[in-house]
Design a protein around this ligand. Sequence first.
Ligand code: ADP
Ligand code: ZN
Ligand code: ZN
Length: 761
Amino acid sequence: MCLMENTDQEHTDSKKTIYADVIIDISHEALDKVFQYRVPFSIAEDIKPGVKVIVPFGRGNRETAGYVISLSGTTDYDHAKIKEVSRVDEESLTVESELIRVAAFLKHTYGGSMIQALRTVMPVKNKMKPRTRMTLRLALERAKTEELLESWEKKHFLARARLLKALLAAGSLEKKTAMELSGLPLKELRKLADKGILTLEEEVACRSPFSGMTRSGDRVQLNEEQQVIVDEFREDQDGGSARTYLLHGVTGSGKTEVYLALIEEVLARGRTAIVLIPEISLTYQTVSRFYDRFGDRIALLNSRLSKGEKFDEIRRIMDGKADVVIGPRSALFAPLSRLGLIIIDEEHDGAYKSELTPKYHATETAIYRAGLCGASVVLGSATPLTETYDRALAGRYHLWKMVRRAGGANLPDTEIVDLRQEFMAGNRSMFSGKLKEAIADRLARGEQTMLFLNRRGFAGFVSCRSCGAVMKCPHCDVSLTSHRDGTLRCHYCGYERKTTKICPVCNSAHMAAFGLGTEKVEAALATEFPTARVIRMDADTTRKKHAHQELLKLFEEGKADILVGTQMIVKGHDYPNVTLVGIMAADLTLHGSDFRSAETTFALLCQAAGRAGRGDKPGQVIIQTYSPDHYAIRTAADQSYEEFYRNEIAYRAMMHYPPRANMLAILVQSGDKGAAVLAAARIEKMISRTREEQEDPVRVLGPGEARIAKIKDIHRQIIYLKHRSGELLLDLKERLEPVLESHPMFAGVTVQFDYNPMTFY
Ligand code: ADP
Ligand code: ZN
Ligand code: ZN
């Protein structure tokens, strides 16, 4: 059955000829040059996306290698003129072919075009010129050279003599230095090389992100919990079984040490590994632990690398000089051959979902890639996604647990403070009596405190106390955030205006800022604890390139007593002198009107709490909240993941959210609101028509305005589909896509799909 009434002319083609779209050049710039070939029946079965084929190419029909990126049953070309695929290349198992198959998976699962998918998996220009360095060395024996030098000096060949002298002294010189020293042009240097007086060697210069790092060679002895896991992995490797594992280990249980040992296991078998770490945790501290173990065998890919550095790292990977790749989400597509292991650290992190089309999730994609090359996948987290834990319990992933902190430190004592009671008791400060007392105590003992607040800016939004109007961005449907410099800013589009006391709606003079921000906490600390040294870390204070690291370094060196910050302070830092963690208002992320609000709140609270007491001194955590009875807060205070999971999965099941159902979000956008509304309504109608053919019909929510109904003057309509079967949703998507692309009814709107979205739109 067809989604639209009038689109089925093309289905009348009854000949079963298939055509292969082939790319000849897989460099980034040429990915969209696609050539179509007819597939002979004799090899039709072997032709799939990713397969390397030999095709006649160009005017001379030269035999050329290419990759199949997709197949179709029709062609726009003249049947008589279209060329045929010659054969499948025997050596088809290249890393390029693997990545093209991954691209086909991305397109199938997450939508978008094949070109977008190919760009995602092959993000680096192949054609960039490597930076080379030319080195000059003496080719003659020393005595002969000295003779020659004397004769040149006699003949007043002074430039050449200067060069020989310098080479005699230094042994070798860089081309650039040699030219400067002697004043000779490159042509003359080459002549001397031709005469056999010196050699000119060109070597590739690597721009290394590790310059300056050193290796200590230290190694900790694995504890029992760690050793059991590594032994089990070794057995699996010996038995040739590649699995997906979930390493569920409390904060500080020593997951990184386990990763290092697992990587050693696969390297020992001649295979390679990828380690994904969320960009924000990809700190010097983390990277140096890997460098310490593997030295130059590792390659680092992150967004802070220059283009040249990135290119060099990719080349080291392709040349087989690096066999462990570390990086954020996109490092998943590192062109490593013989891939044996993919590790995804902090598996629950939202950054593993791409915000660009195709909106892929790193975990699903990693499992797919691993399946192609027989690799294992290890997902690590203290607070796994509900979906992930659910799969582990169901046996789809193998579950490893680490319940104790490595090195013997205890988990911190945690208590919940009810802010409503504080308020009733007359406390108007943002610090509860307990937290105030605990901070004073740390200051007296010379220990450090971290205060965590999930919000940036000074005081949140500005609203009218008389009529309730909220100051909103004129281009985006979000409230403006008030900053201490007297401006109101939009965090989506950057719109900025002066703050106002006059309400634009009722003209009263009661506009005022609400809420709580890091700057406000900092100001309150200055009043309560005037002698305390405070560092504030949020998006505003870390805008400069190295500000993030510098602030943390100051804190680590004990140059501050209290660190106030947003999410970015809870990630993976180890400070033995921090014995108190205060969470200012645990509810701030709880009421996000998103099906993951409880999960993210739980993870943030656990991570924040995990910062306390990492050294010998015991840690204390105080959670301030207006919802002390909410399960996310209660279970975080107990550090009880299982208890949290039981509550959360019951909620997901009741509401038909993942993992109890799959979801497909369809985002319809247009500069013209009417067009977006109309298009969304039409899409909904097409989907509803398919419900008749389904035994268990798909659930449709919407269309309606997205949570943020407008961004940068683009209107957003959203539809959610829910169904137990993911394949059914993907099939619907694949049937919708061609209609949305070609039908004039959808001109002027863009439609994006998001399969199992991480948040609501
Ligand atoms: P996680 O990644 O689980 O939070 P880490 O791997 O960062 O934990 O380990 C936490 C701390 O414990 C680190 O300082 C690490 O050096 C230390 N550690 C890990 N394993 C051991 C061990 N077997 N013996 C002693 N210390 C260990
Ligand atoms: Zn008003
Ligand atoms: Zn805006």
